[in-house]
Design a protein around this ligand. Structure first.
Ligand SMILES: C[S@@+](CC[C@H](N)C(=O)[O-])C[C@H]1O[C@@H](n2cnc3c(N)ncnc32)[C@H](O)[C@@H]1O
Length: 213
């Protein structure tokens, strides 16, 4: 779904940073070889993740949902020199492609891949985070949030993707459409939780920027 016209989207892209060559290659290879390439953040959202990470200048980043590593590399652009990024994905088949591109980037040694279910892996990370990107497994968004808030440094930022769910949050919800209910509940949780402040941005499929107080 386009929240703005394709012409405006084009204008927005033309007046934002260009996509780095390595990420253009990764996007191309993902589209050629991997199922569901639409999951990849892409040029515009990627530049948003990159500039936000540079503004925050995080020591530790956590990403839930690596896929082929596009957003991982965008987020890594803001890492401090000794910073680290932990990224989790449940799909073993993606590990080699992720590592290929991580190794081609300047952030190879800073990125740790975790294979498995995020709900099991997050509690094993003995780290406090400055920036978290939640982009996997919608049914567990609320659970991820509860696990992550105590693991955030004060002022840390949690980004949550797909929170407009192609605009379905506005429509009458079909009886068997659990995903929309889950996303709508998640958005209400972020809005009402006194531990955080949140702004929902209509970028791509919707991203919330949530600051932990
Ligand atoms: C939308 S894609 C991530 C896209 C990536 N962040 C990007 O922007 O390029 C979601 C990923 O989450 C992974 N995933 C799904 N369920 C998961 C779970 N329970 N734990 C960890 N990863 C999961 C999928 O294998 C998939 O690669």
């Amino acid at each position: 779904m386009h929240f703005i016209s394709p012409q405006l989207e084009n204008y927005v892209l033309q007046h934002s940073e260009d996509e780095p060559e390595l990420l253009a290659q990764l996007s191309k290879e993902t589209h050629q070889k991997v199922l569901r390439p639409r999951m990849l953040s892409g040029h515009f959202q990627g530049r948003f993740l990159s500039i936000l990470s540079k503004i925050i200048s995080p020591n530790h980043i956590l990403e839930i949902g690596t896929y082929t590593g596009y957003s991982t590399l965008c987020l890594a652009e803001g890492l401090r020199a000794k910073g680290t990024l932990d990224t989790i994905d449940i799909n073993e088949e993606l590990l080699d492609l992720q590592r290929k591109y991580f190794d081609l980037s300047p952030y190879s040694k800073q990125i740790t891949q975790h294979l498995g279910s995020a709900i099991d892996i997050i509690p094993t990370l003995n780290q406090k985070f400055d920036l978290v990107f939640i982009d996997a497994d919608k049914p567990n968004y609320c659970n991820y949030f509860e696990l992550i808030v105590p693991r955030m440094n004060a002022g840390g930022i949690i980004l949550s993707d797909n929170v407009l769910w192609s605009g379905k949050v506005l429509e009458p919800i079909e009886p068997n459409d659990k995903s929309t209910v889950i996303i709508d509940n998640y958005n209400k949780l972020l809005k009402n939780d006194p531990r955080v402040e949140t702004v929902l941005l209509p970028i791509r499929d919707g991203i919330t920027v949530t600051r932990v107080l």
